[in-house]
Ligand binder design. Structure first.
Ligand code: ZN
Ligand code: ZN
Length: 290
């Protein structure tokens, strides 16, 4: 129990750290964008806005998703996260369209000059530093908790490190007198944002559309069921991923001369075998006499 509360405390702490880091970067980048007028900074600023919103909605969605099943939602609330993911990706994709339009406009201008490039350098150096500290902290939390959510978040900030370094490169170029790359760097960042949003969209739609579990998991389940003693065969295996719970249903073929008590025991064995392998599975089995 205390282990569990420690887990929750650390994962929450990691979310708050990510939100604070994103907020700090957002403020600094916002100021630097205002001063320099750079499209690349605007793109990088958008990333910080999305990161902060993502961490905030995740905090809320996870809280809802983890509430136990109730009378109105007897299969649990696992899809809350998928709905949040859908909203997030729609928001990011929409903003990226605007970003690209803005960047293309910059490409068309023959003399795009960035004012006070030194503020761009400060902002990106600051972002690299803050992101670096955040990643170190997240790695520590992952070591303590093995949390998948924090791991995924940390992975994102690792690529953000690259993005912030890219912004630093752009402003160094500008400082040395090489203008005209702003639009291109901004478009590159927009593509980076779209690819991230696409991943979130895919996972969310899969959960909402009751996509089958990954094929290697289904294969494992098939093996697990066929290894249970007394099961002569099975058919109509169906699986679906509902976020925090995986639902598996299937028809077992059991010797028709067996007493109900034994047939029931065989079914329970199959259920236990699956649950042992995948704790987040919920199994619904039907017996066919053969
Ligand atoms: Zn980011
Ligand atoms: Zn059947």
């Amino acid at each position: 129990m205390s282990d569990n509360s420690n887990y929750k405390r650390l994962v929450k702490l990691a979310s708050y750290a990510a939100i604070s880091a994103a907020l700090l970067m957002l403020l600094f980048k916002g100021f630097a964008w205002y001063v320099t007028g750079s499209a690349t900074l605007l793109a990088s600023l958008s990333d910080s806005v999305f990161d902060m919103l993502a961490s905030l909605t995740n905090l809320i969605a996870i809280r809802i998703a983890l509430t136990p099943a109730d009378d109105n939602h007897k299969f649990g609330h696992g899809k809350a996260e998928a709905i949040a993911g859908l909203a997030q990706s729609a928001f990011i994709l929409g903003s990226c369209v605007l970003l690209v339009l803005h960047s293309v406009e910059k490409l068309g201008q023959t003399s795009t000059s960035i004012a006070f490039p030194v503020w761009g350098i400060y902002a990106s150096l600051f972002s690299v530093l803050v992101t670096g500290i955040l990643i170190i902290f997240q790695s520590w939390v992952v070591k303590q908790t093995n949390s998948l959510a924090v791991k995924a978040d940390s992975l994102h900030y690792r690529s953000d490190l690259l993005m912030n370094t890219g912004v630093l490169v752009l402003f160094s170029l500008v400082a040395f007198g090489y203008q005209g790359f702003d639009g291109w760097f901004a478009i590159a960042i927009a593509i980076y944002l779209v690819s991230g949003a696409w991943q979130i969209l895919k996972l969310s739609v899969n959960a909402l559309m009751d996509h089958e579990l990954e094929s290697h998991v289904v294969e494992q389940i098939t093996q697990q069921i066929s290894q249970v003693q007394g099961i002569k065969g099975f058919h109509d295996l169906r699986t679906r991923d509902a976020g925090h719970t995986w639902f598996v249903q299937c028809h077992l073929e059991i010797d028709k001369t067996l007493p109900l008590e034994q047939a029931h025991a065989i079914t329970t064995n199959a259920e236990l075998a699956l649950k042992q392998r995948y704790p987040k599975i919920e199994v619904i089995l039907h017996q066919d006499p053969v």
